[in-house]
Design a protein around this ligand. Structure first.
Ligand code: TXA
Ligand code: MG
Length: 340
């Protein structure tokens, strides 16, 4: 990656092309958020349903003036920006007419994020327009956290991929809806509910974060359209085992004949080696940040075994652990086995 690469990327973007760019969370598939023609190319490259809106990325607070209606008067928007921007937090806010409907998936709101990664910040500043960018994976696949992931999914489909080191956090940004009556976390991330509730004491976690949420008339009730679709999934079927370590180890030992692969913690390594069961480690049991950083790479690696099923150790659900659990639940299509 050189300054020449940045200039090339900016030129592609100015010509309404799509470029994959690293951020501190995951790689993004970026195009000019204000240009319908450019944004449509993102949906095509990803194979993404057109009613699933994109996050608009900015490189300074001033840009909110043009993209958001009355940013300064939206309860908590300024406070959240002061505390967490630039960084892995996305706010859903009322949009201005400058943002085309194709970017917002036909909604009157827009998701805005000010990323902290120097590369995407520089590219937005040089381009002079905000970038619409979903995660740079094929729709439904695990999000990409390194260059190879993006290359595998997007080679030949977009103008360029910026090659840079692995993404720092590994799971996508926290999304908070500031357009609902009570601010709601729609997707947990590295900016945790514990941190946000210091600023918004009554903040809620949307039901869809941990539940396959079906409303009374059995039509999925959806505010964050991304939750409608199968998500983050490896090709191999996955079940989460919600148990302590010894119950998990017993379970995989008893099921090892079924061509399984275990997705487990560092603390499980010595036992798994004894059992001779194929496994991938996605972090330490005690360190949710390490699990978040490795989760999507590990899900992709699990596919290399040609196994019938992946059995995953369940992460703890507080702090960043909630983000890990939320992604794993969707990857498992909500298959979770509670032991004992
Ligand atoms: O960390 C991230 O947020 C990454 C990097 C590239 O910035 N981006 C990302 O974008 O994760 P994507 O498109 O993969 O996920 C965005 C989610 C989707 O579930 C989408 O439905 C939801 O945000 N979303 C976007 N705009 C929305 C809106 N106006 N209202 C409700 N949900 C929205
Ligand atoms: Mg995504």
């Amino acid at each position: 990656m050189s300054s020449n690469d940045i200039i090339k990327a900016v030129n592609f973007l100015k010509n309404d092309e799509v470029v994959a760019i690293p951020t501190e969370t995951v790689y993004g598939l970026a195009a000019n958020a204000l240009c319908e023609k450019a944004v449509k190319k993102i949906f095509i490259a990803k194979g993404r349903p057109s009613d699933n809106p994109l996050i608009v990325h900015i490189s300074n607070l001033n840009m909110t003036k043009f993209l958001v209606k009355n940013f300064d008067r939206i309860p908590f928007a300024k406070e959240l920006a002061e505390n967490f921007w630039p960084g892995p937090l996305t706010m859903i806010l009322p949009k201005t007419d400058l943002i085309p409907k194709v970017t917002s998936g036909g909604l009157d709101t827009v998701a805005i994020r000010f990323p902290s990664h120097p590369i995407i910040q520089k590219i937005i500043s040089e381009a002079g327009f905000p970038l619409a960018a979903p995660s740079a994976n094929l729709s439904g696949s695990p999000s990409p956290t390194n260059f190879e992931h993006v290359f595998n999914d997007m080679n030949g489909k977009i103008a360029a991929i910026i090659k840079y080191e692995n993404c720092k956090f590994g799971v996508e940004s926290t999304i908070i809806n500031l357009c609902s009556d009570i601010p709601k976390i729609m997707r947990p991330g590295n900016v945790t509910i514990e941190k946000i509730s210091k600023i918004i004491p009554n903040v809620e976690i949307d039901k869809a974060v941990c539940e396959k949420f079906i409303s009374e008339n059995s039509i999925p009730e959806v505010i964050c359209p991304g939750v409608k679709y199968r998500h983050y999934a490896p090709k191999t079927r996955l079940t989460i085992i919600n148990s302590n370590q010894s119950e998990f180890l017993n379970f995989v030992k008893n099921n090892q004949k079924n061509n399984i692969v275990a997705l487990c913690f560092e603390e499980d390594k010595k036992f798994m080696d004894e059992f001779k069961i194929p496994y991938i480690i996605y972090g330490s049991e005690k360190n949710s940040e390490s699990q978040a950083k490795n989760l999507f790479t590990s899900l992709r690696e699990c596919d290399n075994f040609g196994a019938n099923i992946i059995y995953a150790r369940c992460p703890k659900k507080d702090g960043v652990g909630l983000a890990v659990f939320n992604r794993l639940l969707r990857a498992a299509e909500f298959n979770i086995l509670n032991l004992p």
